[in-house]
Ligand binder design. Structure first.
Ligand SMILES: Cc1cc2nc3c(=O)[nH]c(=O)nc-3n(C[C@H](O)[C@H](O)[C@H](O)COP(=O)(O)OP(=O)(O)OC[C@H]3O[C@@H](n4cnc5c(N)ncnc54)[C@H](O)[C@@H]3O)c2cc1C
Length: 611
């Protein structure tokens, strides 16, 4: 396969896991070392050249992005009715046609295939507006563009691109991404669907998939396993005999998203529908998800902006106890939290897309971070916004019930957040382990092999230009906020090394510590991104005119630094063992746990099998 990762040539033998992928590519002499801001932090390095100056969208593209966003809002005003979409359980063919005509379904597709040719940043800026308008719109467009036809765009042959992309970019066809199966969820490596190569080069596909958006539409990129060749990625079309969608799922939210069960009975898939080479399927799926996660994160940012708008409007109008809700401190606390978090998250998201646009090959950790932080921020922001709306929010004619129903799946799909946390931490630890004698071969990533593809950080110390752990490219007035980063980055390296030496391979199961390392690295990246963003603004507009924004940036940065400090402390001072024991007690005793009064519980409550 030619282009699994930029700068990498094909791994001839199909690797069996992400860990082996890393090893096999790592041994190649022509393999470029991949810089990564987040992975570098685990090594105690701060690659500020990746984060500064803060990336900007060039003015020409910005103009185009704004034009596309304007057309999106015209479509919303004329055609988009979320309530009707829920009732008819489909976004509507007329909406799809309008989005397609406006270029909104082919945002990053090169112009030669009829797309808009936007950068990752441009694409994510528009995705943000999808999320701001409606969760269902964000998901349907995301399924189509972010994951559905992404594999064709990233890894397809020229012939495949010519055959499929023009119709997909124009919205004449819709795409789906079929990975999940009844027994295969987070551990996506373990596919049961089988594809066996036939003598004529075609593939015979058997198995089933569940929860596939657009699964009964026009083009489905399906992942399967071949006994002989490993994982494969195949393009399916509905005209193929034996390819069926026997039913649609009835979902709590995103009710306009057509979610399907798919079955394959001896489906013959022609050889020209194989993406990449036999054996590349898993890497393709992971690359697509690494990339696609970004727009879920920026879509979540858009949704939070809408929640803030809804909240601010309400708390200014509504009076209780003789004053506006807006004037109560505990109301302000919630709004301020949303605003400050949003600032840092937005800075991180568009730093990451900017790095991708600049050709930084490895942003797998950063994109996982944005997915985790964005989707959870959205959920907690929705909770606060709901609270401030009071009982009105609970009424079905308010926007809140639908928002809550729609967004609850975000932390679960496209990589469940806890799996991604483990992926972030273990990928960072792997980089440290690779450097330490005797710890480079621990197969650290096997528990999260479906978290994402692993790229080698560096091949050797000799090749690496070691970066000092300081952020110096910041506006002089922001330096006091940049200084603590040196200590944080140093401690991250120190603690990572210590945990690796202490637990060795067992660090794979130390998820409490993994969660802390993930949180620390996320908050460090957040601080760097925020300071970089603010520096760019101050350099452009001067320190005086940017005081309000700076105040928010400073608040985000200092709060993130405080969280980092707390998480470091908890690495050594925690009650993890108690947590584990309580979980096991609960497993044994069941939900009823302990009776408040003797003899009060149901007869079968609590087996009392000891603690
Ligand atoms: C509305 C909707 C749309 C979807 N669209 C698509 C689609 O278009 N294409 C597609 O292929 N799939 C799709 N999916 C499937 C989705 O990607 C999966 O739900 C997701 O991958 C998680 O798998 P699972 O639900 O089987 O959860 P499981 O893998 O069973 O995990 C359940 C929970 O267990 C915990 N957990 C699991 N593993 C670990 C671990 N290693 N460490 C710690 N905790 C862990 C996590 O809390 C996790 O959330 C969709 C699902 C839904 C509900």
């Amino acid at each position: 396969m030619s282009n699994l990762t930029a700068g990498t040539n094909a791994a001839e033998a199909a690797p069996r896991s992400a860990e082996e992928v890393a090893k096999s590519t790592g041994e190649r002499p022509d393999r470029a070392s991949s810089p990564s801001l987040a992975k570098g932090l685990f090594l105690g390095e701060l690659h500020q050249d990746l984060a500064t100056p803060y990336p900007m969208l060039d003015p020409a593209e910005r103009g185009r992005v704004n034009g596309l966003i304007a057309s999106l809002y015209e479509i919303r005003d004329e055609l988009y009715d979320p309530r009707r979409i829920e009732e008819q359980r489909w976004i509507g063919d007329e909406v799809i046609a309008a989005l397609g005509e406006a270029g909104l379904l082919g945002l990053y597709v090169p112009e030669e295939y009829g797309g808009q040719g936007l950068s990752q940043t441009g694409y994510c800026r528009v995705s943000e507006e999808f999320g701001r308008i409606d969760g269902t719109l964000a998901v349907i467009t995301g399924v189509h563009m972010s994951i559905g036809y992404k594999a064709i765009h990233m890894f397809g042959s020229d012939a495949q691109k010519e055959r499929f992309l023009p119709d997909l970019a124009a919205g004449r066809k819709l795409a789906g991404f079929a990975l999940t199966e009844p027994t295969t969820g987070s551990d996506a490596f373990d596919l049961q669907t089988r594809a066996e190569r036939q003598a004529d080069g075609s593939w015979k596909l058997n198995g089933e998939k569940r929860w596939i958006g657009n699964g009964n539409r026009d083009v489905v990129v399906c992942f399967a396993r071949s006994e002989e060749h490993g994982h494969v990625a195949l393009i399916l079309t509905p005209d193929m005999d034996g390819f069926d969608s026997p039913f649609r799922y009835d979902t709590m939210g995103l009710r306009g998203n057509d979610l399907r069960h798919l079955t394959f009975h001896d489906v013959t898939v022609p050889p020209e529908n194989l993406i990449g080479e036999p054996g590349d399927g898993f890497q393709i799926a992971m690359n697509v998800l690494n990339n696609g996660r970004m727009s879920l994160g920026t879509g979540s940012i858009g949704s939070v902006k809408k929640l803030i708008d809804l909240t601010v409007e309400h708390i200014h109008d509504r009076q209780q106890f003789g004053q506006r809700l807006a004037d109560f401190e505990l109301v302000q606390e919630k709004v301020a939290w949303m605003t400050a978090q949003l600032y840092g998250l937005e800075a991180t998201a568009y730093l990451t897309t900017g790095m991708m646009d600049a050709g930084v090959e490895d942003v797998s950790l950063e994109s996982a971070m944005i997915k985790i932080a964005g989707t959870e921020f959205l959920w907690y922001a929705a909770n606060r916004a709901f609270q401030l709306r009071g009982g009105e929010a609970y009424m079905n004619d308010s926007p809140f019930p639908k928002i809550l129903r729609d967004i609850r799946i975000f932390p679960i799909f496209e990589g469940s957040n806890d799996v991604l946390r483990a992926f972030v931490a273990l990928s960072g630890l792997k980089v440290v382990g690779d450097e330490l004698e005797g710890l480079g071969d621990l197969d650290l990533l096997s528990p999260v092999r479906s978290g994402g593809l692993v790229l080698d950080y560096v091949m050797s110390k000799v090749k690496r230009r070691v970066a000092p752990s300081r952020l110096t490219h910041v506006h002089p007035e922001l330096r006091p906020l940049a200084e603590p980063l040196s200590d944080q980055v140093g401690r991250l390296r120190e603690q990572s090394e210590r945990l690796l030496r202490k637990h060795g391979r067992d660090v794979r199961s130390r998820q409490h510590q993994q969660k802390r390392l993930a949180a620390i690295s996320m908050d460090i990246v957040g601080q760097i991104a925020t300071l970089s963003r603010m520096t760019a603004k101050m350099n452009r507009e001067g320190a005086d005119g940017t005081a309000t924004e700076r105040f928010i940036a400073e608040t985000y940065t200092s709060r993130a630094a405080a969280r980092v400090g707390r998480e470091f402390d908890r690495i050594d001072h925690n009650d993890d063992h108690v947590t584990d024991q309580i979980a096991h007690v609960t497993y044994r005793r069941g939900g009823a746990g302990f009776e408040l009064y003797p003899g009060d519980g149901p007869a079968d409550a609590g087996t009392g099998e000891g603690t």
